[in-house]
Ligand binder design. Structure first.
Ligand SMILES: [Zn+2]
Length: 506
């Protein structure tokens, strides 16, 4: 489309610029000159010389683009299909392996839908932790092409695991029928195959498949990976300088199961033994971290990616955000996948980040609106390994930003940029979005993708996905009660701390 063509320069004129280090409540008026992908100058009354497109930002607020540091694009088509349910039951309904291969058309469309919602909500960088079924070059190419088509920045990771058993497997009663036990155990894969596939993709597509695309590594969870696989991931991370994302202690059952293994009492020790406990590591969820775990994460300079919505929808509990913050652990934000969180919306994640500490601590605390905005931008940038490029709007940084319309009800009257972004806004005020200096949203519409045509194409393939989901639910029916019973047994195991408020006292 003609209006997506890169002009030589863009001048954003007369807006308020959200600066983490400035007045976060009444940001000052300034102009921003963008040349190519980068911010060239920031200051009042910059001249519009030469081939410059002027974007009038009078009455508007310019904010750094958000980083969604945890997302899986594999189940966009499952949006709205499931009620809230415990993690171990949800896994049965959402595991990509249970759906089998999808068409490349579906892969492209689902990737575009996730990217489109993200951009409309001011997310300019997304970390996609993608399970490929099967692991195949063409799926990687299709996904990366769709992200490029949408114009979003992506930090792409192929999920790796070689141990197939469900996390709850240690608590499954021995007297269950063999057929059911087999399905819970799954079939293991080879560490070498997982590692070879990932290394081959990085070799094939290069360090930057496109200027907006970089890599991350994604061992699914310590308990789902052999030592060999974790060590291989660690070597790839070290050799290529890549960030690592892994699910750790998302659920109480995972914490209880780890304690049942005499050889591996702590999943963080498992990561440390593989050489992964360092500043490139991102602990995803971290709901059931102990005080000792938190100190270990702080000591390593690793980070936690907080996913408040999926933690609640899957009944995983409330992450110890205040304790992490007090220990000096950096916290980024994720929206997680559609089957367990339904929306890619960092405004919502920031709001929950700020509100959830109240369930354990009645005192005023440090997790305020300006902090949440840093988590959504600067911490996210550090998580995905792009802290020299994105997260703040300064000369030399990439022009990844959103322009919010302050005439929207969420900002009237305009008392505080930070507080109203976090507590009032939900995405409706996002009028313009730039990624790498390129306008991808204008007048609250994507300019890279025809959203109406996309919706129509998705509706065409949706019935087939729904049929597959229903067939899977039918196959899962005989597993639900045994898994719930096993969960109840596991929940009884004392951990010495709780993340469910008031559990056992009512
Ligand atoms: Zn996840």
């Amino acid at each position: 489309m003609a209006d997506t063509a890169q002009v030589a320069r863009i001048l954003i004129r007369g807006g308020r610029l959200y600066d983490h280090d400035g007045d976060v409540h009444q940001p000052s008026l300034t102009d921003i000159l963008i040349g190519g992908e980068r911010i060239e100058r920031i200051g009042p009354n910059l001249p519009a010389e030469g081939d410059v497109e002027v974007i009038d930002a009078t009455g508007k607020l310019v904010v750094p683009g958000f980083v969604n540091a945890h997302y899986h694009s594999h189940d966009v088509m499952a949006k709205g299909l499931f009620e809230e349910m415990p993690f171990d039951i949800w896994t049965l309904h959402s595991n990509p392996a249970n759906y089998g291969p999808r068409t490349l058309k579906e892969v492209r469309l689902r990737t575009l839908v996730g990217a489109a919602e993200s951009l409309r909500n001011g997310i300019t960088t997304i970390q996609d932790f993608l399970t490929l079924v099967p692991q195949d070059d063409t799926i990687v190419d299709t996904v990366l092409a769709a992200y490029e088509e949408a114009g979003i920045r992506v930090v792409f990771a192929v999920a790796a695991r070689d141990r197939a058993a469900l996390d709850i497997a240690p608590f499954i009663p021995k007297d269950l029928p063999e057929a059911i036990r087999k399905r819970i155990a799954g079939s293991d894969r080879k560490a070498k195959d997982e590692l070879d596939f990932i290394a081959a993709q990085i070799r094939r597509l290069g360090k930057n498949p496109t200027p907006r695309q970089t890599w991350a590594l994604a061992p699914s969870a310590p308990q789902r990976c052999s030592q060999e696989l974790l060590e291989g991931i660690s070597a790839l991370s070290r050799d290529h300088g890549l960030p690592v994302f892994t699910h750790v202690y998302e659920t109480r059952i995972q914490a209880a199961a780890a304690r049942q293994q005499p050889s591996a009492p702590s999943l963080l020790d498992v990561l440390a033994r593989a050489g992964l406990m360092n500043e490139r590591l991102n602990i995803v969820h971290g709901v059931w971290l102990t005080a000792h775990d938190i100190a270990q994460i702080a000591e390593a300079g690793a980070r936690v990616v907080h996913n408040p919505v999926s933690n609640l929808k899957l009944k995983s509990g409330i992450a110890p955000i205040l304790d992490l913050h007090r220990a000096g652990v950096d916290i980024a934000l994720g929206c997680d996948n559609y089957s367990c969180a339904e929306t890619q919306n960092i405004f919502l994640a920031m709001r929950m980040l700020c509100l959830l500490p109240a369930v354990t601590d009645p005192e005023p605390g440090p997790i305020n609106a300006a902090y949440a905005l840093k988590a959504a931008t600067l911490s996210g940038a550090r998580a995905v390994g792009l802290s020299n490029k994105i997260g703040a709007l300064k000369p030399g940084m990439a022009a990844d930003l959103m322009i919010l319309d302050l005439k929207e009800p969420a900002f009237v009257p305009f008392n505080s940029a930070a507080r109203q972004i976090v507590f009032s806004e939900a995405g409706r005020a996002v009028e313009t979005v730039l990624v790498d200096g390129r306008p991808v949203v204008r007048n609250s519409k994507l300019v890279t993708v025809d959203e109406a045509a996309l919706a129509a194409e998705v509706e065409e393939i949706a019935p087939a996905f729904r049929r597959d989901a229903q067939a899977l639910a039918a196959r899962n029916a005989d597993l639900t009660t045994p898994l719930l019973n096993a969960s109840r047994e596991a929940w009884k195991i004392p951990l010495g701390f709780e993340r469910y408020i008031g559990r056992g006292t009512r």
